[in-house]
Ligand binder design. Sequence first.
Ligand SMILES: Cc1cc2nc3c(=O)[nH]c(=O)nc-3n(C[C@H](O)[C@H](O)[C@H](O)COP(=O)(O)O)c2cc1C
Length: 187
Amino acid sequence: MDTVTAIRSRRTIKDFTGAPVARERVERLLELAAWAPTHRLTQPWRFACLDQGGIRRLHDFLKATPEIAAVPDPAKGAAKLAKLGDRLPGLGAMIVVTWVRAADAAVDLEDHAAAAAAVQNLLLAATADGLGTFWSTNPALGHPLTLRFCGVDPAREGFLGAIFLGEAAETPSAPPRVPHSERVRWV
Ligand SMILES: Cc1cc2nc3c(=O)[nH]c(=O)nc-3n(C[C@H](O)[C@H](O)[C@H](O)COP(=O)(O)O)c2cc1C
């Protein structure tokens, strides 16, 4: 698939078939993610990968940890967690993306941007490989206890999102964008 087609056809997929995604396929996406631009070559992105067994264990952990359902508040947290719980069994793999926090605020902002560029590489590479993706910032997945479950030290790394990967059961039509001319200034 050419780059233009990958950019245009990538969609946030909400329904996955439950088919697994092989570890080698995930590793290939991560190798491509790492070609993102990175100022000072800090390469701040970190990826915690869960196969379907890992996703099942994460799901059990989320259900068994009431502090997680309490964010951002008990009512919203429980609803968001329930929605997440419905979605998890359909995934083929999940990648929790973090970036290593920098003490200097300007460097930290650049490192956050570099990690987001790595995520976009990953999403486009997955699209070109025929995989559906969903970038989720569900608070349950960014909770410090969830990050620890994934082997991440939340004092050192920030949560950028969890990337759901799998075979799309349904591909939605593209949510419309405003004409790009409305977002552009030529100087
Ligand atoms: C940083 C980030 C976080 C996102 N988190 C969520 C999320 O938690 N839940 C959700 O439904 N979509 C989430 N999305 C996906 C957007 O809703 C989606 O990109 C948007 O609707 C446009 O659809 P498209 O990706 O198919 O073009 C997130 C996207 C980004 C960039």
